[in-house]
Ligand binder design. Structure first.
Ligand code: ADP
Ligand code: MG
Length: 575
């Protein structure tokens, strides 16, 4: 809570003004009925317009002042709470951006989205409400009770009974709706998850005619959420008239008993009228209080969910300044006895991996799907941290690099590459400082020039969200061009040629050769033909290295490699 409250510090004086304004507003509300009672009690002397104008004018000023205060308080509290939620959203989003993949796996993307949006809105709503009610409601409730007793002491029993009735109604309301409000955020998460998955997977869903099942999933989540809303709505719908009924019955009884008291001169007419007004004010403020109390639990759930984000320290973060090293950039990559478990996994995805990859060499990694190839290369840019052992770049443990420096040294083409809304150029350049010629060079090497030239706007050709308007092969080529920018010393290609036809692949590899000649190249692939002349080939099987060597060597000495090769190559190629 403290962390979140700290966001309000800079608005402290505004909050004080809001509270003061609402205080004045409550005072105005509290004193108006007592003036009215005076007028009624004393009566207006015949034709004394000056008196009417004086008191009437005074009451008008008070009422008007109260309303002005209320308007300003509302205006300012909206502004404060909106500003607060903007700051909080910024902080939460920045924090989420600092998360490593481990945290993304832990929270799930859908939940992170809900937390950045809906949860913060809940807190904003609560803050807005609290700022406006925190002073007004209790003041009007307590002040109202004091004033009511002052004007109608003989009627206080009615006050006690009707207040008890209202509180009872609120209690029922509370006990039913609060648990539902608490459940709501998890349901919003679920709905978000399904919506996201459905919309991003729309092509597959269409192709397999899976709309019906997907609809059902969505429907279920939607209905769950709707049910909660309905239950809450129904309770409110039932209880609101009930509150009105209690208020009206109270008025009737007060009038009925009061008129007798007036007859017997126990109470004055003006006091009776003031009493009724105070009773109304008391009940109204009870209602306001209960509304605020009702959203507290939901807001608290949101606060907790936001705090979880703010309190999560990313497992991957930079070392202390003095431990950070910046060795010469040669490109050497080394794995020493690396074992890696995914969070919550029982079996390691990689077991005791050791190898050295030197500049000027191509290290190929081959193995069946799920053998751990992508996992292995993901460890080099520190997308995950190793569980045991160490990964070294330029002879320094990558944990002792700044993440920025480490990733700067690596040109990484992930298996699931990603384009972003923008244009071709922005996707290649990707926030780095580059010169024009570098962009064209990268695009030429990656064979992307071919289709860029076909586009009317060339490099300015727009790319749709997630790159949905380019083909898989085109996407892959742009992702390769992106990795070539800045000529890093380490290249990682994770199955990066898989969507290219053989002709384009061989053209690309020929163009790539001089570019990466002095760099370390780590190449994950399923195609034996791609790596026949690699300097070293690492054969992975279920997270273990089961063979290291050249193609020739492995053909003789590794049964796993031989199996993979023989399934792809012709007899002549094998021999
Ligand atoms: P490859 O790239 O060789 O096809 P991966 O490295 O992607 O294989 O996956 C290796 C193993 O790790 C697989 O068994 C897979 O189920 C598991 N795995 C991959 N990603 C994750 C993840 N984010 N969380 C948990 N397990 C994962
Ligand atoms: Mg893979």
């Amino acid at each position: 809570m403290g962390k979140i409250l700290a966001f309000l510090k800079k608005d402290l004086w505004k909050i004080i003004i809001i509270l003061s304004l609402t205080f004045i507003q409550a005072m105005a509300n509290l004193f108006l009925p007592s003036f009215m009672s005076d007028i009624v009690n004393l009566g207006i002397p015949n034709g004394d317009t000056a008196y009417i104008l004086e008191i009437g004018g005074f009451m008008l000023v008070i009422a008007f002042g109260g309303i002005i205060c209320q308007i300003f308080a509302r205006f300012m509290s909206s502004k404060v709470s909106a500003g607060f939620s903007m700051d909080l959203r910024n902080t939460v989003f920045t924090k989420v951006e600092s998360f490593s993949l481990t945290e993304f796996d832990k929270f799930s993307t859908a939940s992170l989205i809900t937390r950045c949006t809906n949860d913060i809105t809940q807190i904003q709503h609560f803050l807005d409400m609290t700022l406006r009610m925190a002073i007004t409601a209790p003041m009007m409730a307590i002040g109202g009770i004091i004033m009511a007793i002052r004007y109608g002491q003989s009627l206080s029993l009615i006050l006690i009974v009707s207040c008890t009735a209202i509180i009872a109604v609120m209690a029922v309301n509370f006990s039913i709706t609060v648990p539902k409000f608490k459940m709501m955020q998890t349901n919003v998460d679920k709905l978000n998850l399904i919506t996201r998955e459905n919309l991003s997977g729309i092509r597959v869903i269409r192709a397999f005619n899976a709309q019906a099942t997907q609809d059902k999933k969505f429907d279920k989540a939607n209905q769950d959420l709707t049910r909660l809303h309905l239950i809450i709505g129904r309770i409110m719908a039932a209880l609101q008239p009930l509150t009105m009924l209690i208020m009206n019955i109270t008025t009737v009884i007060v009038l009925w008993l009061g008129s007798r008291l007036v007859q017997s001169y126990t109470i004055q007419v003006g006091d009776l009228m003031a009493f009724i007004q105070y009773v109304m004010q008391i009940m109204f403020s009870f209602q306001m209080l209960s509304m605020t109390f009702m959203i507290i639990p939901r807001a608290m759930v949101s606060v907790k969910r936001i705090n979880e984000i703010l309190d999560t320290d990313p497992v991957i973060k930079d070392n202390n300044e003095e431990d950070i090293k910046t060795p010469d950039n040669t490109g050497k990559v080394e794995f020493r006895n690396v074992t890696f478990y995914y969070p919550n996994a029982i079996e390691p995805a990689l077991k005791n991996i050791s190898f050295v990859s030197k500049p000027g060499q191509v290290t190929a990694i081959i193995g069946s799907t799920g053998s751990g190839k992508s996992t292995l290369v993901n460890l080099i840019p520190r997308l995950y941290d190793v569980s045991e052992g160490e990964v070294l770049v330029d002879d320094v443990n990558i944990k002792n690099f700044s993440q920025h420096e480490l990733r700067n040294r690596i040109g990484y083409v992930p298996q699931k590459n990603m384009l972003f809304a923008g244009d071709i150029e922005s996707n290649i350049v990707f926030d780095r400082e580059v010169i024009e010629s570098e962009i064209t060079e990268s695009a030429e090497i990656s064979q992307a020039m071919e289709f860029i030239n076909e586009k009317e706007q060339g490099f300015q050709h727009p790319i749709a969200q997630a790159g949905s308007n380019v083909s898989g092969g085109q996407k892959q080529r742009l992702a390769i061009a992106r990795a070539l920018i800045n000529s890093p010393k380490i290249y990682i290609f994770d199955d990066s040629f898989s969507s290219l036809d053989f002709k384009t692949e061989s053209k690309l590899r020929n163009a790539l050769e001089p570019k990466v000649k002095n760099s370390t190249v780590i190449l994950v692939t399923q195609r034996v033909s791609t790596i026949m002349d690699a300097d070293q080939i690492i054969v992975l099987d279920s997270g273990n290295i089961v063979g290291v060597g050249t193609h020739k060597y492995l053909m003789k000495n590794s049964s796993v490699y031989y199996e993979i090769a023989s399934s792809q190559l012709t007899k002549e190629e094998l021999s």
